[in-house]
Design a protein around this ligand. Structure first.
Ligand code: ADP
Length: 429
């Protein structure tokens, strides 16, 4: 980062096809508005003269196709103008996708192949701008009146809901530059960990479930089928990570693979696609504006994301603290180590636990500060394959009185008594 500039009103004139890159300061928000011309933030157009308030630490760019003047009020960590961006190549991809959507819309809905719009998957290492490109493609499509489906397979950060989940949601309007993706009715599956290596089988199972669910929705809805999907992936591209990418490409029947900033990954996927004639693999340049975030920053960002789920981006939500008896809640976990030591198992039994086994968890102090999901399952044997309604955060465990205190988005009974525990924790700050 550069040197911190003083808090004051500042105007920036942007030439055509250039962008203003901003990192908001760590402590205070930044206000920004479009004074004249036209500009967009990650594909979402700015309304003239309207102040937007960006919370601390946010990193973004204001891009203009034809020139604009921007006004900023507040301290930034960095702000600078760049006239070299990959935006033209990105918008060209958008144009190709538009063509495919129009063709899909024009064909008979009975032809399930031809009426299927583009299924785009964005891949690349961490901090290559995958989430940002996904967002632009979705916002540009929504501006054109499409309702593409956003699929987020990135359990590390999560643009749709808390980390540790895979999720999908239709995007009906350009994504708000400040608020991000609206949390209306996402389809969410709880994996419960922030790295896929914790339980690769579970990750794959959930990807399969999500894909199947979307397939069903698409078969009933020609409009969303024609709009297609944009799938954001994890930055894990080596070894098992690479296998999971191939699994996602196959499972979602992706037909456009956008590879950001990695020659090796591009050539590997290109070779794989030789045997798949209807999959296009496209290499795209990474934007110089993408900010690298280290492990510590990521960890912190996960905490903020969980905080945002309960309290809102600007503390605009009021979560409710509830108390329940141990016996009111049924907590389960998926996979994990074997319950019995090897010596206690029958001879020849495999001590490695089934990674997909669903086991009840005894409520004890280990649950403190855990984020649990509330399953839509009606029976324990549905837990593995059910999506989740939301999350609770355990704030106190009283062993003596057998009481559990938790934070939930609202008061009242939980939509289900089946809770899923992983390794997702949060220290409320
Ligand atoms: P990935 O999904 O590949 O990990 P992101 O798309 O999340 O990467 O980008 C990393 C960070 O860089 C994000 O905070 C994002 O807002 C920021 N960013 C991306 N593009 C730009 C840009 N052109 N200017 C400034 N910041 C950017």
């Amino acid at each position: 980062g550069g040197s911190a500039s003083a808090s004051s009103i500042k105007q920036v004139k942007l030439e055509r096809e250039s962008e203003l890159r901003i990192e908001v300061g760590n402590e205070t928000p930044l206000k920004l508005r479009l004074l004249n011309g036209s500009a967009e933030i990650f594909g979402s157009e700015l309304a003239p003269e309207t102040w937007l308030t960006f919370p601390p630490r946010v990193k973004f760019a204001v891009f203009t196709w034809y020139g604009a003047t921007i006004e900023m009020d507040g301290a930034t960590e960095t702000d600078y103008t760049a006239d070299e961006t990959p935006m033209v190549s990105y918008v060209n991809v958008h144009a190709v996708l538009e063509g495919r959507r129009n063709r899909a819309k024009a064909s008979s809905p009975d032809d399930s192949e031809a009426s299927q719009g583009p299924r785009v998957i964005v891949v690349g290492p961490t901090d290559s701008g995958k989430s940002t490109l996904s967002r632009m493609l979705l916002s540009w499509a929504a501006k054109q009146g499409w309702k593409p489906t956003f699929v987020d397979l990135d359990i590390g950060q999560g643009s749709i809901t808390v980390p540790g989940c895979i999720a999908a949601t239709p995007i009906e309007l350009p994504i708000d530059p400040v608020e991000g993706i609206p949390l209306e009715m996402p389809l969410v599956y709880f994996y419960g960990h922030t790295t896929p290596s914790n339980n690769v089988d579970l990750y794959k199972t959930l990807v399969n479930e999500l894909a199947q669910m979307l397939e069903t929705q698409f078969s009933r809805n020609a409009e969303s089928r024609a709009a297609g999907m944009v799938i954001n992936t994890m930055g894990w591209i080596e070894g098992t990570g690479y296998e999971l990418l191939l699994h996602a490409i196959d499972t979602f029947k992706a037909n456009v693979v956008l590879v950001l900033g990695q020659e090796k990954l591009f050539s590997m996927l290109k070779a794989v696609a030789k045997s798949k004639p209807n999959v296009d693999v496209v290499k795209l340049q990474k934007s110089g504006g993408v900010v690298s975030r280290n492990a510590k920053f990521r960890q912190k960002a996960r905490g903020y994301r969980i905080r945002e789920y309960f309290y809102g981006l600007t503390n605009d939500l009021s979560p409710h603290s509830n108390i329940a008896n141990f016996s009111d809640l049924l907590v389960y976990r998926i996979g994990g180590g074997p319950q019995a030591p090897r010596s206690a198992l029958p001879i020849g039994a495999d001590p490695v636990a089934n990674p997909l086994r669903v086991t009840p968890v005894n409520i004890d102090r280990d649950l403190l500060h855990m984020v649990l999901s509330v399953s839509y399952a009606k029976e324990p044997d549905q837990i593995l394959t059910s999506n989740v309604a939301g999350f609770i955060y355990i704030t106190d465990i009283d062993i003596q009185r057998k009481k559990i205190t938790y934070l939930a988005p609202s008061a009242g009974e939980l939509p289900s008594k089946y809770l899923i525990m992983g390794t997702l924790t949060w220290l409320e700050t």
